[in-house]
Design a protein around this ligand. Sequence first.
Ligand SMILES: [Zn+2]
Length: 328
Amino acid sequence: MKQLAAGYPSIVRLSSLGQSLEKRNIYALKISDHPGQRENEPKVAFLGCHHAREWISVEVPLEIASYLIRNYENDERVKAIVNSSEIWIIPLVNPDGLDYSILNYRLWRKNRRLNDNGSFGVDLNRNYSFYWGADDLGSSPLPSSETYRGEQPFSEPETSAIRDLFLNVNFSAVISYHSFSQTILYPWSYADLPAGQELLFQQLASELASLISQVNGRIYQTARSSSAYLTNGDFIDWVYGLFDIPALTIELPPVDLTAGGFFNSEQDIQSIAAENLPAALYLLDWAISTYNHQEGQLNPERKNQLEKSPGNSLKNKRVRLTGQEGSN
Ligand SMILES: [Zn+2]
């Protein structure tokens, strides 16, 4: 990441969103034509590795960054996208967990929080505040569980860093990469209910799946996140619940455990990254073509007005969702 940022300073800015429990930086690459400025342009985020053992989910967003940066000068489509949007790449939300997975135990999933009972780890994708801990199916109150949700919403520095970025930057769309199962998931996760914009999410997910399948022939299923199993306190529910934007989870290959589970062969890494590129570009084009410049410009003020107006629930909703003034 540092090399990419250093080699192309005019279109890339590397920053740290905060630090993990063990004081590793949570890096973000911002790719745009004036990366040091906040412009009236749509912002799209690509995140990886909420879960430590899902190594391929680091590679895909990094490869998207690399592709955009390296092809900026000679590819008109890439240039147009980079010039008219801000792309945020956060490939490693859980650096402590990844390190532990590499050095100690390959199947480690959570972060490295030392819990009260002596066990380790909070599931970062159960630690966001939207319907956090709504039930014990979608997350666990037990510290030793693989889906332990933590003591309270945003108890972990890693999720807090992501929260702060999203409160600071008005994103238009987001993909969070995981593995495995080859599926594209959209809200809601906490209950088997349709999101208000489910039709749009279905259309986006189908388009992405179609573009992906055209590269190597791999089929990614599309589904409401809760249709397979419940998840509460996850990232995409929080993003959609708070910001009302498309928020997708892409579970990368392979399709199941017998095909490798969390292990991807060396040769598959490039092909998985390659097949996800057109889908990422499509989402960027979508964000650009649907962006309302006037609203984008006025958005912070409009948000402010909404929060101040009496009887408007946004303020309460925001407090509940950000967990910044207590939790419930
Ligand atoms: Zn995952």
